[in-house]
Design a protein around this ligand. Structure first.
Ligand code: ATP
Length: 457
């Protein structure tokens, strides 16, 4: 996808009600976006596919922990000390940049380098700011947002907006285990907002300050973590097809040396081929016993698992799968966007996997007379308990089809004069524009089976 197409996609997202700039009438707020009527539906559908894949199984439970937590959680997790990015400042304009990104933009591979090594490279190569000015020495910037609970703004009342959902899972691990009587190995999954005061936000939804994560922590007996790490890598890789992201656009990136987060023993990212290059959408991490051991030490509470068969007690190891819902949604938007020539006109079509498409079917009376609107409305009503359906009677049928193509509606159901005779409608497919007649009584089953059978082009 070209830069030009990316611009068109961003504008389509606003025009059609997928994504709006946050507080737009006030000039916006950097790194924050709002989901419009179609965007929220798309996001919910992606989350639903994830939730079902991850928790509708015997060995994974779901939770929804609060965003604000005791500040000691973040001391224990290492985020207060280590959740930082190296930052440099333009000495003239005071603009701030993430050092690693700036070096990469200057063609320098920073994989595995420490902040110090990057600082040295900055000087050696005499890198300037994008405006050509001198840069300050790098310093570490903590990405957590701070606020206060209650009326007193002192250190004891300080809390952080969570920068990841994982910690809500760790601190609840024994509660969940006791409540569900799960035995190792088992996992806990959660979907929720996370906040990071990113130094630079860019690329639309890719790097934002407020976003949503879908995380799962899988607790395993020490010694089995490598096997489970491989298992979850394979499971997660397969999952992307369910939301229409093809394997050919995905790649693995293995973290090396200093690139590894403070908690991680091994980490692999799944990258999607964005218009600006490959970008991480999911991380799969072997966290060892780092988090639970830290919480044991900081909270002074036992977080050991008692293995009844072996009569032993130990701190489980953790394999984590961590995916950004908003970043994944952006990948789905990029993947879906297509322009093609049809009869001398450009057709814009969002080829979402029908499973995540915000509207599954549009019901269209060919004309506004002969009882067609009433039949069409009834069809829409009958389908609504099962899927999101739109009724549209405004304008020429071709224009109504195009409007649905642009928002990725996989099926248009047209009621015409034949319908009055034989109780069938035309089902027009978004991708091929092919049409077939289907009895009204069979519509629901017909659509469901086509949604399930859809293949990534
Ligand atoms: P990056 O290196 O891009 O900053 P990260 O390695 O810090 O990301 P993780 O901490 O592994 O990311 O977070 C897990 C997932 O959360 C990422 O794969 C991504 O999909 C999502 N995510 C992280 N930061 C952001 C952000 N600022 N905006 C949107 N999504 C994000």
């Amino acid at each position: 996808m070209s830069d030009d197409a990316m611009e068109k996609l961003v504008s389509l997202c606003k025009r059609k009600g997928f994504i709006f700039q946050s507080s737009e009438i006030y000039g916006g707020l950097n790194g924050c976006w709002d989901y419009g009527p179609l965007g929220v539906e798309l996001l919910r559908n992606i989350k639903e596919v994830w939730w079902k894949a991850m928790t509708y199984r015997e060995d994974v439970e779901g939770i929804d922990a609060s965003i604000l937590m005791n500040q000691r959680v973040w001391e224990a997790s290492g985020h207060v000390d280590s959740f930082t990015d190296p930052m440099v400042e333009d000495r003239k304009t005071n603009e701030r940049f993430r050092l690693d990104q700036l070096l990469e933009e200057n063609g320098i591979d920073v994989a595995g380098l420490s902040a110090e090594e990057m600082g040295t490279l900055l000087r050696e190569r005499d890198i300037k700011s994008p405006k050509g000015n001198e840069l300050s020495d790098p310093r570490q910037f903590n990405l957590m947002f701070k606020t206060f609970v209650g009326p007193l703004e002192d250190d004891s009342a300080r809390v952080f907006l969570r920068p990841e959902t994982a910690q809500g899972i760790f601190v609840n691990y024994l509660n969940v285990q006791a409540a569900t009587r799960q035995k190792l190995p088992f996992g806990i999954a959660q979907i929720g907002k996370a906040f990071r005061n990113e130094i630079n936000t860019k690329n639309f939804l890719f790097r934002t300050r407020e976003f949503e994560q879908m995380e799962m922590q899988y607790f395993v007996a020490p010694g089995t973590q490598d096997e489970w790490f491989d298992y979850w890598r394979a499971e997660r890789w397969k999952w992307f097809a369910q939301i229409g992201l093809p394997e050919r656009k995905l790649s693995w990136h293995e973290h090396q040396g200093d690139e590894l987060a403070h908690y991680a023993r091994a980490a692999f990212d799944v990258q999607y081929e964005f218009p600006f290059g490959p970008g991480e959408i999911e991380g799969i991490h072997n966290r060892g016993d780092y988090d639970l051991s830290q919480h044991e030490a900081f909270a002074g509470k036992q977080l050991k698992y008692f293995d009844e068969e072996q009569r032993t007690k130990f701190v489980p190891y953790v394999v984590e799968t961590s995916i950004g819902a908003s970043r994944t949604l952006m990948a789905c938007l990029v993947q879906a966007y297509h322009e093609e020539e049809v009869k001398g006109e450009t057709r814009v079509v969002m080829r979402f996997h029908p499973r995540i498409a915000p509207i599954k079917a549009a019901v269209l009376p060919l004309v506004k007379r002969d009882g067609m609107p009433a039949i069409a409305r009834q069809i829409a009503e009958d389908l609504r308990p099962y899927m999101r359906v739109l009724y549209d009677e405004g304008g020429a049928i071709g224009r109504r089809y195009r409007r649905m193509d642009e928002v990725g509606t996989p099926f248009c159901l047209t009621v015409d004069s034949d319908t009055l005779e034989d109780q069938t409608v035309t089902v027009r497919a978004r991708d091929t524009m092919a049409q077939e007649r289907v009895p009204i009584a069979e519509l629901h089953a017909h659509l469901e089976s086509r949604i399930d059978a859809w293949q990534i082009p």
